[in-house]
Design a protein around this ligand. Structure first.
Ligand code: ADP
Length: 402
């Protein structure tokens, strides 16, 4: 069965279309004027009845059968809460014109089929039927109404396709979020166990050689990296499902930075960390989350610059004493303008570093959320091959005012 034309039945204009198009199909098939008029009149009778009471009908002119017997059928379907009967006026006349008439009701869905056998003398075959379809698919619209109708249905098709794509993308995104959530939690337990064993190994230092000691050190460094990644993954997952939790406390920033930078100096012993503290100030912040921001910024500064280079961490309190500006500068590889615009995006990594430096592009995304959750701002200034400076602000509490 091949549909040659399909027309949605919405208003009286479609009655004209249905009639003309049915006539044309008959003409293209080579039916006599009398036969095609009978077919088109029967179709019009049913279509008129349907259009009078609903606007959701569909007419489909199809050719079915196989060599040597083919028939042409007009199938009309619609839905209506009103009750229709085979004996209603339009249907009754159509049935008289085309005795091969079917009327089917299923709850409020109606299907009407009518048709006639095509003479063998037309010498139809699959190829000719295919060409007939192409003819109607490519024929120009009968009038402005049909042109608009065609464009409309094209638009509807496109919208439906786009909606489907959006749905698929959303589903994939949900699955990805679910995967990240499960994966990060599944990783946490074995990593914690490995960490515990590594620490136990360190305590047993006296029982093994220096050579083994070096291996244990390496094991610990890599375990810490793995643990950091698992925690970052968990943070990303938390951000995707809501937000991070904070344990806010008054933080004496200079004291906090002295401690944090001293800890980070041990981790990044290949670089020199230069701490330039401004005026003493107090912020309301989650110290662990703040430490996470510094760990990321200083970690990046070290990762993306040469061994032995200096990383500067400087603070300055605003004149109004309501905010502290913190800078983390390096003289490393720097970033392109394009990179600068995107580095705070989730999973973004600059192409230049993708194969040379390990990482997953989560650190700055999380750091930027932590800063904005503290009502601060974060940004970067960078010149390629010269270096980068990350800036962020944290509001201060009035205790600073003296
Ligand atoms: P990761 O470093 O794990 O890839 P981040 O979110 O911390 O993830 O950083 C995102 C990207 O920003 C990095 O991949 C890198 O391209 C760029 N980047 C971050 N900090 C620096 C820096 N100090 N110098 C040069 N590029 C940097």
């Amino acid at each position: 069965m091949k549909e040659i034309i399909g027309i949605s039945l919405e208003n009286e204009m479609d009655l004209i279309l249905a009639h003309k198009r049915t006539m044309q199909v008959g003409e293209q098939l080579g039916l006599t004027v009398a036969t095609r008029t009978t077919l088109a009149t029967a179709v019009s009778e049913v279509v008129r009845t349907v259009i009078d009471l609903t606007d959701n009908g569909k007419l489909s002119i199809v050719i079915s059968g196989k060599i040597p017997r083919f028939s042409i059928n007009a199938n009309i379907s619609f839905e209506s809460d009103l009750t229709f009967r085979e004996t209603d006026e339009g249907f009754y006349y159509a049935k008289r014109l085309l005795p091969d008439f079917h009327f089917e009701v299923n709850k409020n869905s109606y299907k009407i089929g009518m048709g006639l056998g095509l003479p063998r003398s037309l010498k139809l075959d699959e190829g000719k039927i295919g060409l007939l379809k192409v003819y109607f698919d490519t024929s120009s619209p009968l009038n402005a109404y049909e042109e608009i109708k065609n464009k409309n249905s094209q638009l509807n098709r496109l919208t439906a396709e786009q909606e489907k794509e959006i749905r698929i993308v959303r589903e994939l995104d949900e699955r990805k979020k679910e995967f990240i959530s499960v994966a990060s939690h599944e990783l946490k337990t074995p990593i914690t166990v490995i960490k515990a064993y590594t620490q136990m190994l360190r305590l047993l230092k006296a029982e093994y050689s220096d050579k083994v000691g070096k291996l244990v050190e390496k094991l610990e460094t890599q375990t810490n990296k793995l643990s950091l990644l698992a925690y970052q993954l968990m943070d990303v997952s938390k951000l995707e499902h809501g937000s991070l939790q904070y344990d806010m406390a008054k933080v004496d920033l200079n004291r906090f930075l002295n401690e944090t930078v001293s800890m980070l100096s041990n981790v990044h012993s290949h670089n020199k960390l230069d701490l330039q503290l401004g005026r003493k100030c107090v912020a309301m912040a989650d110290p662990l989350r703040l430490e996470q921001v510094f760990t990321n910024l200083v970690g990046n500064a070290s990762k993306y610059s040469a061994k032995g280079s200096v990383i500067t961490i400087a603070t300055s309190v605003s004149d109004e004493e309501d905010v502290v500006l913190i800078k983390v500068s390096d003289s490393g590889i720097g970033m392109s303008k394009d990179g600068v615009a995107k580095i705070f995006d989730k999973f973004y990594r600059m192409e230049e570093v993708a194969s040379s430096h390990p990482g997953l592009g989560m650190g700055l995304y999380i750091a930027s959320k932590i800063v904005s959750d503290h009502s601060g701002k974060i940004w970067v200034e960078s010149v390629q091959d010269v270096g980068s400076t990350f800036f962020f602000t944290i509001p201060l509490i009035s205790e600073n005012l003296h």
